[in-house]
Design a protein around this ligand. Structure first.
Ligand code: FES
Length: 148
């Protein structure tokens, strides 16, 4: 507070939507690539570049046309900070599915896109965690084996 200018809160929903074109895109997935220190040391920047290149090639990466992306794309790709997979990076999280992939390399990206994003099948060999999680590694009651 103090001398800082108060942020102006926009309350008009139509105005908010006009200011945020992503709200008019048919978004199906949000992919996060960790760019924390440890994942960066495991080439997470290359992983993110691989996602960007492949998603652009498929025409499904949301973003500005001027940047080679698609304003009506179905995938949002962003970086994120450390999520605790530091020893087993690079970490990639896909929502709304809540799937956390470990030890992802750029060479794994085409498979994750084809299998998970396009065909809806989790890449089991890289998937280590599914949210929500009760924190119990022993719980395998639901049939899906998330233990990589
Ligand atoms: S730096 Fe990526 S999970 Fe910690």
């Amino acid at each position: 507070m103090g001398c800082m200018a108060e942020p102006v809160i926009i309350e008009d929903v139509d105005e908010l939507r006009a200011l945020a074109p992503v709200t008019s895109a048919p978004i199906r997935h949000h992919v996060f690539v960790c760019t924390g220190k440890s994942c960066s040391a495991r080439d997470s920047a290359e992983v993110k570049d691989a996602f960007e290149g492949e998603l652009k090639a498929r025409g499904i990466l949301f973003g500005r046309e001027a940047k080679g992306k698609n304003p009506k794309g179905s995938v949002v790709l962003t970086e994120c900070a450390s999520v605790g997979f530091c020893a087993i990076g690079a970490a990639v999280m896909i929502y709304p599915d809540g799937v956390w992939y470990a030890q992802v390399r750029a060479t794994d990206v085409p498979e994750i896109i084809e299998e998970h994003l396009v065909n809806g099948r989790v890449v089991e060999r890289l998937a280590l965690l599914k949210l929500p999680s009760d924190g119990s590694k022993e719980d395998s009651s639901t049939g899906s084996d998330w233990e990589a």
